[in-house]
Ligand binder design. Structure first.
Ligand code: ADP
Ligand code: TRP
Length: 332
């Protein structure tokens, strides 16, 4: 039986952090054990918010290195840059004709902009470009172009995948065909949101991240900065409301996690000790990845080659799909 297709993309808009790793990269790589994987760098999506060419270039390399260092095998998985598959943008044009404007009005990201403008007493559409407004259609093109069955994403992206379903169904209905496969969003098995240094969601927007490849010394320093309460060493502590423990749970073995839980509850352990324990498990997990990353950054032609070859393979598949679609719509 044919394997199901899993596809996901990450925008090159910031240094990859351990929230991206645990929330997106690691689960997608796990999924590639059972699905045909198509993972890409959503560089044109970044253009809506980033107009700095050096930044886009640099972050593209960083995200690509993060995937490869984490174990993506470009021989067995399709790995490419969105911009290397111009068929995406032809499909975007096709899909725009099947996207009700009202659907875009309901998109969370756009609605959030309207709300923040209203609060600031600005024009409702202040700072909204058409790229942001039609963002879900470009994302639908990414997904539908590759006959995707599953889209592993964080909960925040579910609405976008549902919009891709709506647009695809509308196309299929109009032509009475199965031109598009209907994609399903897939919550990561563990869709817990990873907390950052300040206890809020780890996100580059909050500058509270731990970069995936922070050198050992920096990793230790960042961990020592995690905000804690002012409980004394001898007091028993609640692991379930503690950012240190919440991070630890993602890196420790079940035995290690149970042991640290006991130490919290028994009292006699200060925050410094807990941070040291966290540093040790995180560093043990991340060290081999950091080594891979450093090798890749020393040999960037490995990254360039993987993306170039992946882009060519992706384009071949995409061109076949576009031919089928052009036949359906009568533009051929
Ligand atoms: P950021 O919030 O830093 O801007 P992105 O929105 O670019 O991160 O997220 C890229 C991917 O990483 C998405 O699939 C998202 O669900 C995942 N991700 C980001 N931050 C976290 C987090 N704190 N916990 C779990 N997953 C996360
Ligand atoms: N919108 C996604 C994000 O912000 C990135 C993305 C672009 C994507 N195209 C995609 C994710 C297609 C999955 C499938 O995280």
């Amino acid at each position: 039986m044919n394997k199901k297709v899993a596809l996901t993309g990450i925008k090159p808009t910031g240094i990859p952090h351990i929230g991206n790793y645990l929330g997106a990269i690691a689960p997608a790589l796990k999924l590639s054990e059972t699905c045909e994987a198509r993972y890409f760098i959503a560089d044109y999506h970044a253009l809506n918010s980033c107009k700095d060419p050096a930044e886009i270039r640099l972050m593209t390399v960083e995200i690509a290195a993060a995937w490869l260092a984490s174990g993506l095998n470009p021989e067995t998985m399709l790995f490419y840059r969105q911009s290397d598959v111009p068929e995406t943008f032809e499909l975007l044009t096709i899909l725009l004709a099947f996207t009700p404007k009202g659907l875009m009005n309901r998109a969370h990201a756009y609605k959030a902009m309207l709300a923040s403008n209203a609060e600031a007493g600005k024009d409702p559409d202040d700072g909204v470009n058409m790229g942001l407004y039609t963002y879900p259609v470009l994302m639908a093109a990414d997904i539908l172009l590759f006959d995707t069955d599953f889209v592993p994403v964080g909960n925040d992206q579910f609405q976008h995948v549902e919009m891709a379903q709506d647009i695809a169904q509308s196309f299929n209905f109009v032509y009475g065909t199965e031109g598009f496969r209907i994609p399903q969003p897939l919550a990561h098995a563990d869709s817990r949101t990873l907390v950052g240094l300040d206890g809020r969601k780890m996100s580059k927007s909050y500058s509270n991240t731990i970069p995936m490849f922070a050198p050992e010394k920096d990793l230790r320093k960042l961990i020592m900065k995690i905000v804690t309460n002012s409980q004394e060493i001898e007091e028993p502590k609640d692991p379930d409301t503690c950012s240190i423990f919440s991070l630890y749970k993602n890196f420790g073995t079940p035995t290690q996690i149970a042991a640290l839980r006991e130490r919290y509850q028994a009292g006699g352990m200060g925050w410094g000790h807990a941070k040291q324990e966290l540093f040790e498990v995180m560093n043990a997990h991340l060290s081999p990845l950091r080594e891979n990353y450093n090798d890749l950054m020393q040999n960037q032609q490995v990254i360039t080659k993987a993306l170039k070859e992946g882009g060519e393979k992706a384009r071949e598949l995409a061109a076949q799909k576009i031919t089928v679609l052009r036949n359906i719509i009568g533009i051929n």
